[in-house]
Design a protein around this ligand. Structure first.
Ligand SMILES: C[S@@+](CC[C@H](N)C(=O)[O-])C[C@H]1O[C@@H](n2cnc3c(N)ncnc32)[C@H](O)[C@@H]1O
Length: 273
């Protein structure tokens, strides 16, 4: 019985996941951004699951790497509309003295190139300004704007009240994405998103099915979670903690001398596969 399940899993689920990852790799190959393939696959699948007439809001689009994946997911699903909110002037970590950051042109070009324009409404402004006239229920909210605590909290407080019961909220950069880090992507988890999810997702009674996909933490909004929901949520909290511990260990291991490092190489490569 278990062998049959493994065969079915390999034949369908694993192959389908590999297929989507491959598809998204090609789609986003030339689009600059910091969202890893496993995270893009999560965004794609979640967008694909949204209902006809559904609303997806993305705070922080940069050059459209995550936006196009959600748009393709939605196109292959039920056509939910994506509202991409970004002033296109970059966050604090993107600023270079004497250089004006402007990513709107690349963003538009990338939507054009991937043929995803039709499902995306661009709100070229800050989340504060977008919230002033926002009045729609949201089915899926993805927060990836400025990463300082006050900004992430502000984005959450401005838009989470519009997320419907059963809707999904996801935050980028909450937790080290170990696979991506081994591939050289700087996805270590950041203090701002981490503190916000701790205070406003784990500690509140209005979220269930908290889970991790790479550095993304996602949760389903609900009226009041049950004891069983909280237990399950806490398991995800433990997973998050474990990933921070593994990452801390990795940073220490990186400092050890070369000969010992080469002994650990097989472990490293088995992780990054
Ligand atoms: C990390 S990037 C987003 C990356 C994008 N999601 C991707 O997958 O490539 C953060 C973006 O947030 C935007 N941003 C900064 N402050 C913002 C604010 N107050 N409201 C909306 N977007 C903001 C920046 O302009 C920047 O493009």
């Amino acid at each position: 019985m278990s062998i049959a399940l493994i065969v079915v899993y390999n034949a369908f689920v694993k192959n389908k996941t590999a297929y989507i990852t491959d598809y998204l790799r090609k789609l986003t190959n030339a689009i600059h951004g910091w969202t890893a393939l496993d995270e893009l696959a999560f965004l794609y699948r979640t967008a694909q699951l949204q209902k006809k007439g559904g609303v997806i809001v993305e705070i922080g689009s940069w050059q459209g790497r995550s936006t196009v994946c959600m748009a393709k997911g939605s196109e292959h699903g039920n056509g939910a509309r994506i509202y991409a909110i970004d002033p296109f002037t970059g966050s604090s970590e993107n600023q270079i003295p004497g250089v004006k950051i402007w990513t709107r042109d690349d963003f538009e070009r990338n939507l054009e190139k991937t043929d995803t324009k039709a499902l995306v409404t661009t709100l070229a402004m800050t989340s504060d300004d977008a919230a002033k006239s926002w009045d729609r229920p949201i089915d899926f909210l993805f927060i990836d704007g400025a990463h300082e605590y006050e900004y992430v909290k502000n984005d959450f407080l401005l838009f989470s009240p519009y997320v419907v019961d059963g809707g999904i909220i996801a935050f980028h950069d909450t937790t080290p994405n170990l696979k991506a880090i081994l591939q050289g992507l700087p996805l270590f988890g950041l203090p701002g998103p981490r503190q916000v999810v701790w205070e406003y997702v784990f500690k509140q009674r209005t979220f269930k099915n908290i889970g991790l996909s790479g550095s993304i933490l996602y949760a389903t909004k609900c009226n009041a979670n049950s004891f069983a929901d909280r237990l399950k949520n806490n398991l995800c909290g433990l997973e998050m903690l474990a990933k921070y511990m593994v990452y801390a260990l990795y940073v220490r291991l990186k400092k050890i001398p070369g000969p010992i490092k080469s002994l650990l190489k097989p472990i490293k490569s088995s992780f990054s596969r």
